[in-house]
Design a protein around this ligand. Sequence first.
Ligand code: PGA
Length: 270
Amino acid sequence: MLPTLRQRISPIKMIKKERRLIIAGNWKMNKTVAEALALVNGLKIEVGKVKELDIVVCPPFTALSEVSKAILDSNIRLGAQNMSENSFGAFTGEIAAGMLRELSVRHVILGHSERRQYQKESDELISKKALAAHATSLKPIVCVGETLAEREGGLTETVIETQVRGSLAGLSKEQMVETVVAYEPVWAIGTGKTATAAQAQEVHAFIRAILVSIFDDTVARRVRIQYGGSVKASNATELMALPDVDGALVGGAALDVRSFSDIIKNSIPN
Ligand code: PGA
């Protein structure tokens, strides 16, 4: 099956340069407002003027407002880590896309494996959130990835295809090109175990082939697919150089000025 898919996507690989890398930091449930400002002010000094790629930070909700103001005069963009599929109303504890837009949030991570695991988020719910995000001009970063048991059971392609088709269901072609897909093998998240370059490229190419089949070649070659899972300065250059890897979603290494800046600097295309 894979050689056929690789053949199908080979023309897309040739024009990778069309896609601008997007490096996003997923801070998860870390950083008080004061700590968030210290981090983002440090990032501004180190990489705030980088123009060769897109930089996004995704603080917890409580720090979005202050971080939003702090990055106004830089090239760093703001993302949230989740949002409701509903636009307003009696949904205690939830945050709507419009509330995020009011703070100049541009991206929103959806369907992170931790939310799939702990909040039992389904592909169907994630697709509703993705549609709600687009309706409010927020660009979703939709996460997919297999667990270790699924990989070892030979289920990687089945799981990825189900998640990609389900989580992106209902998106128009125009919405899809404004959507980022993040491939995050669950076994590589926070474990220090990174997918090898070959493993990452194989799944990224597979995801792009699925996008060809759902949408078309033109859409698939424009969609940016991030890799996530123990990305650090020492492996970023190799991963970002892969033909179908168009950025990174970084967790642990995004919590420190030095390590996140070094990932960005090491990812800048030559
Ligand atoms: P990690 O997390 O970089 O700490 O592995 C990545 C993520 O969960 O987005």
